[in-house]
Design a protein around this ligand. Structure first.
Ligand SMILES: Cc1cc2nc3c(=O)[nH]c(=O)nc-3n(C[C@H](O)[C@H](O)[C@H](O)COP(=O)(O)OP(=O)(O)OC[C@H]3O[C@@H](n4cnc5c(N)ncnc54)[C@H](O)[C@@H]3O)c2cc1C
Length: 386
């Protein structure tokens, strides 16, 4: 890889994270999933090495880097078979929003823990009746003296059980309908009225998804992050990193599956040559490799724009990177499973469960279709149907 795209430091970070990932790897993750537990050991070791807070400001215990570095960490852990989904949420969304818009007290309260992994934060925006249309969210905050009362419902929020707090996206009573003017609240896990129920997902991953019911959750004034009038700008400060990190998640998983398939295709022999010599096997694997490389290129562009402070440019690139990585991940996993024939479906080889896991990169945090809509309208200027 040329230094135009990644510096010496980036390459060193990639190598170091890959070495850590190798020590844990897929077997570790499969064990954690089987026990219904969490990848605590990997999370704390990655944190201790400074990888989880690499994007957060140095004065609050972070590494002073940006999304370029954080996405390298997640991609390499994923390529080793042990991705940490909560990295998408905790340091990337919540850490960024607090670092950019939080008060000094909020930064001091939350950032050092997010950086050293001692604190994990979940992020809740999706609602049962809003889904992809976040302008329709109805979680509402109303003032009660100095305090806030937050009421609403959320779905599919990842990792609420292990998160010390959840960053909840709502709207104020004054801006209850119409174009979304979001406001973000930090809700500690055990706050009275903050209920969570796990959703029974057909997904083999250590992170669980939750439905949340917020019933007049009483929060102090300092639970509101930044300004209630900062609106979409503040929310997008967190959503672009989320897209870049979902791209990293998809590229990592795709690389892991492709690696397994290539290893298998090199040695499995049922005719005169290994199956990898048949172009019907080799070409789709080559295509998968190209698509993953292209997705990484767009992810690097998005990270660079974001880290340079170009939120608008980063928005388009982050959407495209997420789209490309989601598609590349789904096809790489599909082709990997196919390359292994019957073994593609055995538990021993562990690839079949990735078919479901890969779909997450296509659906969340913004679906393939919503990105195509974004590009149609924003990049191409085409009219909207909805
Ligand atoms: C594993 C997992 C983890 C998640 N973690 C979190 C989390 O931590 N926090 C959080 O807030 N959310 C989380 N989500 C939710 C995720 O962001 C949503 O599932 C996603 O935004 C899609 O919303 P929806 O499921 O309501 O689908 P819907 O909005 O109902 O969409 C259903 C289908 O219709 C299509 N569609 C909708 N509108 C249009 C349109 N205008 N044009 C064309 N097609 C359209 C979509 O592309 C999709 O294929 C998670 C989801 C999953 C699966």
């Amino acid at each position: 890889m040329s230094t135009v795209l990644e510096t010496e430091e980036h390459r060193a970070l990639r190598d170091a994270v890959a070495a850590l990932g190798k020590r844990y790897g897929r077997d570790y993750m499969t064990g954690v999933i089987r026990e219904g537990s969490h990848p605590r050991e990997l999370w704390s070791e990655a944190a201790k090495l400074g990888y989880l807070g690499v994007n957060l400001p140095e004065e609050y215990g972070g590494g002073g880097g940006g999304m370029a570095e954080l996405s390298i960490v997640l991609e390499e852990l994923g390529a080793a078979g042990s991705p940490l989904l909560m990295m998408v949420v905790s340091p990337a969304i919540c850490g960024t929003v607090i670092a950019r818009f939080g008060t000094e007290a909020q930064k001091r309260r939350w950032l050092p823990g997010l950086a050293d992994g001692g604190v994990t934060m979940a992020f809740g925006i999706t609602e049962p009746d809003a889904g992809s249309n976040s302008h329709r969210i109805t979680t509402t905050a109303r003032r009660d003296g100095e305090e806030w009362l937050l009421t609403g419902r959320k779905v599919f929020v990842s990792g609420v059980d292990i998160a010390d707090a959840t960053l909840v996206v709502g709207r104020t009573e004054d801006a209850r309908t119409g174009t979304l003017k979001p406001c973000l609240f930090i809700v500690p896990r055990e706050t009275p009225g903050f209920g969570r129920t796990p959703i029974d997902m057909e997904l083999q991953a250590p992170e669980k998804q939750f439905e949340l019911v917020l019933d007049d959750v009483r929060l102090p004034a300092e639970a509101l992050v930044g300004d209630e009038d900062a609106g979409l700008l503040q929310l997008f400060a967190g959503l672009n990193p989320e897209r870049i990190m979902t791209a990293a998640f998809g590229i990592g998983m795709g690389r892991y599956a492709l690696g397994k398939a290539v290893e298998y295709a090199r040695t499995r022999q049922v005719w005169k040559t290994p199956i990898g010599a048949h172009q019907a096997i080799a070409h789709p694997l080559a295509t998968a490799h190209i698509d993953l490389e292209l997705a990484r290129l767009m992810m690097q562009k998005a990270a660079r724009l974001y880290d340079d402070g170009d939120d608008v440019g980063a928005g388009e690139a982050a959407n495209m990177a997420k789209y490309a990585a989601g598609e590349a991940c789904v096809s790489a996993v599909d082709q990997a499973v196919h390359t292994l024939g019957g073994n593609g479906l055995t538990r021993e080889y562990g690839l079949a469960s990735l078919v479901t896991a890969a779909r997450v990169a296509r659906i969340a945090p913004v679906s393939r279709e919503m990105i195509l809509n974004y590009v149609s309208h924003q990049s191409l200027g085409l009219p909207k149907s909805y």
